[in-house]
Write a protein of this length. Structure first.
Length: 740
């Protein structure tokens, strides 16, 4: 096989040659070799002359008005197939309609598959004489390829009349396993019912490809008598060859009889029970829930996946929720789906099970916390599935069902020492609106050592309008942990303080507070009544324009001012623009980002897709340079430039440069290195080309394969990404001048 690898950069793009070797019912890689690099191939095809032709995009990803087509071939002195290639070229343009049937038969064994197919298709058109010729090839020809094309040709003819497939039945006893496999495949594709009984013995054939295609054919025929042989095949396979198991599972699903599969629930053979679950999942049969009591937790987990995931088997969701009552299960994938099932079903019984599960001390704390988190959304669950994210639709549960059920157990959860439980119950209380435990929450806030717990409780007390909220906020703002202080700042908007009191609270934040606290404060100020926040925001604009504020909050200040929708205040942002904080230049994204959020942008953002092209720590793509040491190579401003204007600078080895020399000559090559006095390029020559800077009249960098991030992600995401990239440093520094 030949494979094009297009990565936007000719120096890293290849045409690969690889071959396979049999492995059970399928194949595995045998060997691979790059046969060409240095161009940017988008597609390949063999020409009538036997040469390989390739389309060359030249460089980059963007559209352009030019390109190249290359011909890749052996040299004349090594062309040992010259005569055959000339004959193939003639046959590629030959009119087969004028050929005699016997001449077409000879071509069924030709070395080039394109010619064999042309002969096959012409014989299939000649439904009378062509059919007889193909039938004769099946039994009298020794060439395997000719026989295979005869099988396919008869399959074409039999598509109009199934009885024409009869000659293929004899081939199911052939000595060549591939002839048997291809015959079984065609008979199955044709739904030739008379082949059913002859196909069953093949499920025990010594050749796995024969078994694979026999199973597929029996499934397409929906042959009920094949159920037991298919199950026997699954048992014999013992989950060793996944292709064989899949063929049998798919066949049983097409047959569609669930009864014998449900009967396997008590079978001692694990492979049979697992296959039964896979088949019943395809059949969407609610009775699959019988396997939730299996003695193998892996099979129970697969059953849970079948019931909950994808389109779901809604009739089995109550049974899945009941898994929460079984104290022997520990599988997190299983229990998360059981929690989700209880939430989706939403009955009194499921609510009791969920509460009792959260109370059980033998359960892992993260799962107990998940159960409480699910309870917190009970009255209005997310429209997206908690496990697989699939859209489930809106559910609104009216009334006090949750409050009535959980109120007696709230003290139990509040006495728990696990941070996950305390966070979960505090969020649940805030969501439900139960404020009768505010004093207990306040005690937890004052005494608990976990900053995550204190921050969560702070937010809950704010939601529940705690009558001592001002005291809580003041205490929270003095906390040793910045996350807690940040949460306390967020309560400011709920206090409705007069504008005279605000400066005393806001001022210290911008003098001594951490960056997250200042950012949170600006978010709050943007939501306050303009008469309360106007003077403070105006003062902050003045300080920012005089470089008296941390650069990391400039973006937040701009967004806070714009959120007020006050024209006079927004007009004052010109002071920032005149000081170099232009939104157009993205300078406000240089500082103040969040490292973890930036790492998430790099690894997970579906728009940026940084990890697709760049690697960190050996994980990621190779289209662009690895970024493990990028912070030692580029400053934050240079990182921003590389993200916003990626074509402005090139990383060595990752882009093409076109140089116009002072004598008018043009030189193009892949940038290897930029030095103080010259530039080093890789061209089609064997040795790198050194060009003194003094000889260069004009330099043009090719369009970078990397898209401009300013058009793809938000400014906050950009700020976070720069924060993350700005920390990537190896101990050993690289040569200055290398870039993203």
């Amino acid at each position: 096989f030949f494979l094009v690898e297009f990565v936007g950069d000719p120096s890293r793009s290849n045409i690969w040659s690889f071959d396979l070797k049999p492995k059970g019912a399928s194949f595995e890689l045998n060997s691979d070799e790059s046969i060409l690099s240095g161009v940017l191939p988008t597609g390949i095809d063999f020409g009538p002359d036997g040469a390989l032709y390739l389309a060359d995009w030249v460089n980059g990803w963007g559209s352009k008005d030019y390109g190249r087509v290359w011909k890749l071939d052996v040299t004349e002195d090594s062309n040992d197939l010259a005569e055959e290639r000339l004959e193939t070229q003639r046959l590629m343009t030959h009119n087969y309609e004028d050929d005699k049937t016997k001449d077409l038969v000879k071509l069924l064994g030709y070395g080039d598959m394109r010619i064999r197919q042309k002969a096959q298709f012409e014989l299939a058109k000649r439904t009378f004489w062509g059919y007889r010729a193909l039938e004769k090839v099946l039994t009298e020809e020794e060439n395997q390829l000719a026989r295979i094309h005869a099988i396919w040709g008869i399959g074409q003819i039999a598509a109009k009349d199934k009885d024409d497939a009869k000659p293929l039945l004899k081939l199911l006893n052939d000595n060549d396993p591939e002839i048997i496999a291809q015959s079984a495949k065609v008979l199955g594709d044709l739904r030739y019912e008379k082949a059913a009984d002859s196909l069953i013995p093949l499920t025990t054939h010594e050749n796995d490809r024969v078994k694979f295609f026999a199973a597929q054919a029996l499934g397409r025929l929906k042959y009920e008598n094949a159920i037991e042989p298919l199950l026997a095949m699954i048992k014999a396979n013992n989950d060793q060859d996944l292709y064989l198991r899949h063929a049998a599972v798919l066949a049983l699903a097409r047959i569609g009889n669930a009864t014998p599969l449900l009967a396997l629930a008590d079978n001692e053979n694990r492979s049979l029970r697992l296959a039964a679950v896979l088949v019943l999942r395809k059949l969407q049969d609610p009775k699959i829930s019988i396997f939730l009591t299996d003695k193998d937790e892996y099979i129970v987990t697969e059953t849970a996946r079948a019931i909950n995931d994808d389109l779901s088997i809604e009739g089995a969701l109550p049974a899945l929720a009941s898994v929460l009552n079984n104290e022997s299960f520990t599988s997190e994938p299983l229990l998360r789906r059981a929690i989700n099932a209880a939430l989706r079903v939403g009955g009194d019984k499921e609510l009791d099970m969920l509460i009792n599960f959260a109370k059980r001390s033998s359960v892992a704390n993260n799962l107990r916390g998940e159960a409480l988190a699910a309870l917190g959304t009970w009255n209005n669950p997310s429209v997206l599935d908690r496990v697989d994210g699939r859209y489930r639709g809106e559910i609104v549960r009216e009334g006090s069902q949750l409050e009535d059920k959980i109120k007696n157990d709230i003290p139990i959860f509040l006495r728990d020492r696990s941070p996950e439980i305390l966070i979960g119950i505090s969020k649940t209380l805030g969501t439900i609106g139960i404020n009768s435990y505010n004093n207990e929450l306040y005690t937890i806030f004052r005494t608990n050592r976990s900053p995550e717990v204190r921050a969560s409780v702070l937010n809950t007390l704010g939601q529940l309008n705690f009558d001592k909220i001002e005291t809580v906020m003041a205490s929270g703002m003095q906390d040793k942990n910045k996350e807690v202080r940040t949460a306390a700042v967020g309560l400011l908007g709920q206090l409705n303080l007069p504008k005279e009191k605000l400066p005393a609270i806001v001022g210290p934040i911008f003098k001594r507070g951490s960056l997250p606290e200042q950012q949170r404060m600006l978010n709050v100020l943007g939501d306050l009544p303009i008469e309360n926040s106007n003077a403070i925001l105006a003062s902050l604009i003045d300080k920012a324009s005089n470089d008296q504020l941390d650069n990391g909050i400039i973006l937040d200040l701009m967004e806070s001012v714009e959120a007020t929708e006050n024209p006079q205040l927004i007009a004052q942002l010109d002071k920032l623009k005149n000081s170099g904080y232009s939104a157009d230049s993205f300078q406000e994204t240089l500082h103040g980002g969040n490292w973890w959020a930036g790492r998430s942008v790099f690894n997970n953002n579906p728009t940026a897709q940084c990890v697709r092209c760049h690697a960190v720590g050996g994980s990621g793509g190779e289209v662009g340079p690895a970024l493990d040491n990028i912070a030692n190579i580029l400053s934050r401003k240079e990182l921003l430039e590389a993200l916003i204007e990626p074509s402005k600078r090139l990383a060595p080895g990752y882009g093409t440069v076109t140089l116009t020399l002072k004598d008018g000559q043009k030189v193009q090559g892949v940038l290897i290195e930029e030095r103080s006095n010259d530039i080093l390029l890789r061209t089609s020559e064997a040795e790198p080309l050194e060009i003194p800077l003094g000889r260069i009249a004009k330099r043009e960098n090719s369009m970078s394969a990397m898209p401009a991030m300013g058009r793809m992600i938000t400014r906050r995401e950009l700020r976070d990404l720069i924060e993350y990239l700005g920390t990537l440093k190896n101990q050993k520094k690289e040569v200055a001048g290398e870039s993203i």
